[in-house]
Design a protein around this ligand. Sequence first.
Ligand code: NAP
Length: 526
Amino acid sequence: MELVVDSGVKKMEGEAMRKNQTLICAPIMADSVDQMLILMQKAKTSGADLVEVRVDSLKSFNPRLDIDTLIKQCPLPTLFTYRPTWEGGQYAGDEMSRLDALRLAMELGADYIDVELKAIDEFNNALHGNKSAKCKLIVSSHNYESTPSAEDLGNLVARIQASGADIVKFATTAQDITDVARVFQITVHSQVPIIAMVMGEKGLMSRILCPKFGGYLTFGTLEMGKVSAPGQPTVEDLLNLYNFRQLGPDTKIFGIIGKPVSHSKSPLLYNESFRSVGFNGVFMHLLVDDIANFFRTYSSLDFAGFSCTIPHKEAALDCCAEIDPTAKAIGAVNCIIRRPDGKLFGCNTDYIGAISAIEEGLQGSQPSISGSPLAGKLFVVIGAGGAGKAIAYGAKEKGARVVIANRTYERARELAIVVGAKALSLDELSNFHPENDMILANTTSIGMQPKVDDTPISKEALKHYSLVFDAVYTPKITRLLREAQESGAKIVTGVEMFIGQAYEQYERFTGLPAPKELFKNIMSTY
Ligand code: NAP
């Protein structure tokens, strides 16, 4: 598909640096024209290419005067949208006035107007063939429920195209992340400029990867959460977190597969590191319900590497054609690489990340002793999921005596049998202190944002531990770590494990040495 950036579009700063022509459009929603003008300046400063003036958000609207002011005073090209309530917008008035206002925007010099497919015949009739050559007509369709089949989407695009659209736009809703694949398929094969979005958190990929698949534009908000449609990222994130201007057809796709997943700092870490060495990849949050279905759907070589988190680390084992022996022994995979033959290889880097951080924490400024400082210690692991298995396995490997406490006792028992450990239920943990100088590692999500007041063990019991580690890293200092510190224990944060496990993943993703100092710097700033 040939992408044409409208020659009427004003030149953007830094355009020479762009590797693609996909535009970033900032929706402008405000009560008054004056507020809109302020937001337009902000859009320009943030690096957006154009603004979508959502006329339906205005509390009062004098079409000729307001449209003229908004076009003349906008520092960026304008797209006028006057969305009616029946298409998910705020305008509830009569249809003729709405279409007249859009016609006026066209006459007064808007660069684009958006007319809904359901209203396009009426709009075309009212135009009487007097369509401005300068203004591009976007004909749009929105589905707030689901994403239809590829065949139905193809038919929709054909109907929009036949209506006289210069640019086709459709937005659907992701019930599952695999819905996005159908939209990529339509975008990449489109013969006309196309804006194709999948709304909702599970549709995020559709908004970031437009330049890879040839989309005409994507929407980026000026402020987190102030969206005109569900799932929009900010302009700032598109530009600075996802390196949007650098993406192209050859960009390799990476991401963290989880549920929930939006808290993960992995995109921040990897994208900045990719940018620092000019590696052509993008790393995204991937909200996945069914990991096997995800890999069945996204099976091309473009989908190159994945981190894997809650609750998929065990199910990931069955998706891989080959598994590293340590990951097999642990029974959990947290890193998946697509080999050149398309098959998936799984390994576990949690083990190295956590255990080396705990060893460093124990050694502190002491000269390093021969053998592991974990040897002979009583090491209590809370949790028996992916991270719990990795840490229990690692501690045992280092010669520790391991105890596993888990909410579901049966899972603790199963893991204890595999690793050669003792099992407890979580309820028994606070009264379990056969000796002092023990090590505690929380590997559950207890205490993770937003439930930051939760903790897996009473403060009283913490006095029996000389070092406490928490795999949770949002927040960095959890309630567990704060209380451990107050009880006199050394603490090791999940951030240290996070950095440690990411070194090896980065090297496997890129084939390049991990920029260790950069990783530490990035993680120290939050
Ligand atoms: P997982 O495989 O889903 O395992 C979750 C574990 O937490 C299970 O043992 C589960 O117990 C337990 N659990 C969950 N909610 C609980 C609750 N409300 N009360 C008691 N126990 C609960 O998840 P995972 O991949 O191991 O991840 C676990 C945590 O480690 C997450 O917070 C994750 O962000 C963190 N993590 C951090 C890093 C890092 O680099 N810092 C790396 C990996 C993981 P049941 O068996 O009873 O369900």
